[in-house]
Each structure stands twice: as C-alpha cells, then as structure tokens.
Design a protein around this ligand. Structure first.
Ligand code: ADE
Ligand code: ZN
Length: 315
C-alpha cells in the first residue's frame, strides 16, 4: 500500500535499539534466559502499550530491556531491526543504545557493545545498510555515572560516531551534562541530544550552546520560540522528529496537530524517524504513512524529508 514510501531511500537518525524490541522477541528472550515476565502473553504486553507521557513509556521500556542478557540477545535485537530497515529501504541508520540500562543490571559494557556492533557490521556486509552507532547517556542518572560510562567506552572509541542524551527530560536539563559532553568532544565524539520533546525551548538552546550538538532529537517544541526557529533555520540544524512517538506519548493530542510539515515548509531540516518502533506502532515507513494520512503529506514533501535524512547523517 505504501510502496512509494518504502521505495524512497532513507536514513534513520533517531532509533533506540532497545525500543525496537518487539513483544514476540521479548517473550522469546525471556524463555531463552529463563526470566519470569509479569505479562501472560504477547497480547497482554501489547495492551500495556498505552501511555500518557514519556515517563510512563520509559518505565515499561526499561522493564522490557531486562530480558536482554547475552551478546547473542543484543545481536538478535539489532539484526531484527536491520531486517526491518532492509524491508523499508532504510539504507543508513544511526541507532542509539543506552549502556547504563544494561550495566546497571550487571551486564558488562563489552557484552552489550559486541552483540550490537557485530550485527551492525554484518548488516553492512549482508544487507548493504551503513551505520554510525550513538552511545546515549541516561539523563535521569548523575553526571558522575555518565563520566563512568564514557570511560567504559574509551577502549572501544572507534565503535561510535557520537554520544547522545535521552530518558526523562523534564528536570534534567542539558546543562547537567555539559562537562561530560566537553570530555566526549575532546575525545573526538560528535554530539546529539534529545531536547524539546517534553522539555521547553530553553533546553534546546542549552543543547545547542552547551552540548554543541550537531542534531536535535525531537525538538518539536522549538516552534514555541521564534528566535530559536530562526537559528535552526539559518544554521540548518537537523531535527530528528518521531511522529508516531509524539502522538503515543501525548506530545501532540492527535497526528493532525503535528507540526513537522509546518516546520518543513518554513525551511527547518526535519527528518522522519521511528524512535521506539516496537512500542509506538511502526517503523520509518509507518511514520511517513501517518503523515500522509493525517496531514496530507505529498510525495514531493516525502522526498524532501527523505533527502533531509540522508543529508543529516553524521557517518
Ligand atoms: N528513550 C527511548 N525513547 C526515548 C524518548 N522518546 N525520549 C527520551 N528517551 C527515550
Ligand atoms: Zn528518542
């Protein structure tokens, strides 16, 4: 039905690997690792996917990640995502992973990284999908813990293109991580950050000025600040927008209220991404399809959005 959207070559620039854990794989990994789950079956888990805000989602997302234990688990997770990319003509992906979600449960950093990286390397060779991996810090944790995570990454520096910042936005402004990001940049990492998803435009200013980010993850609340809009237009700072995520987490009440096409027509370098596709009802093509169905996105607009994603690559 959406062959014309699948056919567009696209890059995905905002995807949490842990958020691509489909319920079926989650149950399979729980069985493999002998983990008891609080849900009876896949349907019961899926029916829990109703959220009023970011935090309600995050609570379930971190609970789901508990089934990921071995290098093979991380490989299987990443490989399943890459097969979706292949099916939707996503030719390049820059996924995030949250090492602290796993190291805090006693899973060694290198176990997580080896599984993910091997799948990404195999994806390049076997599926022709290029990548740049982004290490994301959990902003609800401390600066000290982020520094520890950065140190754990040092022996594997070449595995990454950038560091990012995710998790609970409100009350955890970008400035909390200024020194960690300074250190990361001094080691050659590029930087990105979630900002302006639930948080105010001020958080986007901080991410730009203090964390010196190359791209804004989400950033939809930039539209509330005209001076900020002018800056992101003038400097062509990309926004990695996630339409289905934004409606599932009630950032917008309804897809018809989403501002992505308004931003596109104002000259903002917006891109379309899936964020946590297993939880929000679809991968990149489904996000494009939602914009077509609810906002009347044209083929020409879809082409510009896809081209923006290719232009905004870091790797
Ligand atoms: N982690 C996974 N998805 C996220 C999102 N949409 N915002 C912040 N942190 C996240
Ligand atoms: Zn995200």
């Amino acid at each position: 039905m959406y062959d014309w959207l699948n056919a567009l070559p696209k890059a995905e620039l905002h995807l949490h690997l842990e958020g691509s854990l489909e319920p079926e794989l989650l149950f399979a990994l729980a069985e493999r690792n002998k983990i008891a789950l609080p849900w009876n079956d896949v349907e019961a888990l899926r029916s829990a996917y109703a959220f009023n805000n970011l935090q309600e989602f995050l609570d379930l997302y971190y609970a789901g990640a508990n089934v990921l234990r071995t290098e093979q688990d991380f490989y299987d997770l990443t490989w399943a995502y890459l097969l979706k990319c292949k099916a939707q003509n996503v030719i390049h992906s820059e996924p995030f992973f949250d090492p602290q979600t796993h190291t805090d449960r006693g899973i060694p950093f290198e176990v997580v990284l080896r599984g993910i990286k091997q799948a990404l390397v195999d994806g390049e060779k076997q599926l022709g999908i290029s990548h740049g991996l982004i290490l994301s810090f959990l902003r609800h944790l401390s600066e000290e813990e982020a520094f520890k995570t950065l140190a754990q990454a040092t022996p594997f520096r070449d595995a990454f293109i950038a560091v990012g910042l995710d998790s609970s936005e409100m009350g955890h402004p970008p400035r909390k991580f200024q020194r960690v990001f300074d250190k990361a940049r001094s080691e050659g990492y590029l930087t990105v950050a979630h900002a302006g998803e639930e948080g105010p435009p001020e958080y986007i200013w901080e991410a730009l000025d203090l964390l010196k980010i190359e791209r804004i993850d989400h950033g939809v609340r930039a539209i509330e600040d005209e001076r900020l809009m002018q800056r992101i237009i003038d400097e062509q700072i990309p926004l990695t927008v996630c339409p289905l995520s934004n409606t599932k987490l009630c950032v917008f009440d309804d897809m018809r209220q989403h501002n992505i096409l308004t931003m596109l027509e104002r000259g903002v370098k917006v891109t379309v991404n899936s964020d946590d596709p297993a939880y929000f009802g679809g991968y990149v093509t489904e996000n494009f399809a939602a914009l077509h169905e609810s906002l009347g996105m044209t083929q020409e607009q879809a082409k510009r959005l896809a081209q923006n994603s290719l232009d905004a690559r870091l790797a």
